[in-house]
Design a protein around this ligand. Structure first.
Ligand SMILES: *Cc1c(COP(=O)(O)O)cnc(C)c1O
Length: 384
């Protein structure tokens, strides 16, 4: 039996305009180190409303460089949300520091300020946080702990483009902000990321770090090919092809965010009457959620049937996902290395094990949402 509809969870919306922008780069002769990356950085800063932007090869690269820049490493601890993508923790592991996992709030999926307070030690050097599914974290609470303990704040904004806290775009509140343009995120450059900071010297340093640590770009070299290397670096650059696609997608960002918001509100409204479930959403009236997806948490009798519900929806052509599949400390690598005490991550585990993520992206129309709500209702009614 084939389903009447097919609704993918993620569907990068590539337009003819996007294609022609990429072709323009291919028809030229500059494939890297060029005006596209520079333009993307300027336009991203205009969009966020301040700060300094640096294109990178991925969000993971931006996170890794953040710790390298702040000289966080061996013997240091970084507080990391348990409810996140593994990249948030891997970046800490790669510099030799210890990720100390903190549980999340059950209403938002965001790192809990109360938990952070319990985990700060004399070894703590930074707090990393994720604005979960576009819901801004309690930044006042986090910045307060950071200031009192002299900690850096690294904001993983991979799924939070467009999210604002008290008028400030996320990534510009702490010391560093890291974004992802992986295909399933708010908008895409194929692969790619953006590092942002409210501090110019931090962005300037990341700019060198991502390109082998060389002291001058192509255009700054009076004798072609000549440069010096005053510091250690990596190759974490974005290509001009990716930047052209990212720029073209960014030019539609207001439209994209609007559609996501409308889809989210429409679906949330429909799901409000579904007993034994709740939707993760912002609890701070001063913040703007950027609606990456809609996470529905199943409660009571329903929760044990989460995977059956997902499979039923899949049969009906409805693409869903799980954000994130496990609390990171429960993933094999981290469990083997640091052990896992389930009592410490109850909310993160609840969201990983009992929630379903629904798409709200620009590829989703109202009738898709009606269909999702109808099929979801049928799928869960069976288990009452
Ligand atoms: C997707 C994601 C990443 C990784 O992004 P890449 O650009 O693929 O490196 C990091 N953090 C979070 C929270 C993510 O969702």
């Amino acid at each position: 039996m084939t389903a009447v509809k097919t609704i993918p969870f993620g569907n990068p919306c590539i337009t003819d305009e996007d294609r022609s922008k990429v072709m323009e780069v291919l028809n030229g002769h500059i494939l890297t180190h060029g005006p596209q990356c520079k333009g993307f950085e300027e336009e991203f800063s205009l969009f966020t409303g301040g700060g300094y932007s640096v294109t990178t090869s991925s969000c993971m690269a931006a996170l890794h460089m953040s710790y390298l820049h702040f000289s966080i490493g061996m013997g240091d601890e970084v507080i990391v949300p348990a409810q996140t993508h593994t990249a948030t923790a891997h970046a800490v592991e790669w510099v030799g520091a210890v990720p100390v996992f903190a549980d999340c709030e059950k209403e938002t999926g965001n790192i809990s300020v109360g938990e952070i307070k319990k985990l700060v030690t004399s070894k703590t050097k930074a707090i990393s946080l994720v604005h979960f599914a576009g819901i801004p974290c309690d930044m006042d609470g986090i910045m307060d702990i950071a200031q009192k303990n002299n900690l850096k704040v690294i904001e993983d904004c991979a799924i939070a483009v467009g999210a604002r806290y008290k008028g400030k775009h996320v990534g510009l509140i702490g010391d560093a902000g890291c974004f992802s343009f992986y295909p399933v995120k708010h908008f895409t450059s194929g692969e790619g990321g953006m590092f942002i900071s409210k501090y110019k010297e931090v962005a300037d340093s990341i700019n060198k770090l991502r390109a082998f640590g060389v002291d001058r770009t192509h255009t700054e070299r009076s004798i072609p090919g000549m440069y010096d290397v005053p510091s250690l670096g990596l190759n974490y650059r974005m290509s001009e092809l990716q930047a052209a696609l990212g720029r073209s997608q960014l030019s539609r960002i207001d439209e994209t965010l609007n559609k996501r918001k409308n889809n989210f509100e429409y679906l949330k409204d429909k799901l409000l009457s579904f007993k034994d479930t709740y939707v993760l959403d912002s609890i701070n009236s001063d913040s703007v959620n950027s609606h990456y997806c809609l996470c529905l948490v199943l409660k009571n009798k329903l929760k044990e049937h989460r995977n059956e519900v997902i499979l039923k929806l899949k049969e009906e052509g409805i693409g869903t996902s799980v954000y994130y599949p496990q609390p990171v400390p429960r993933m094999t690598y981290y469990r083997n290395k640091y052990g896992y005490n389930p009592d410490n991550y109850k909310n993160a585990a609840m969201i990983s094990d009992y929630s379903i993520a629904f798409p709200v992206g620009p590829h989703i129309e109202k009738d898709d949402l009606d269909y999702i709500a109808k099929k979801l209702f049928e799928a869960i009614e069976v288990f009452r």
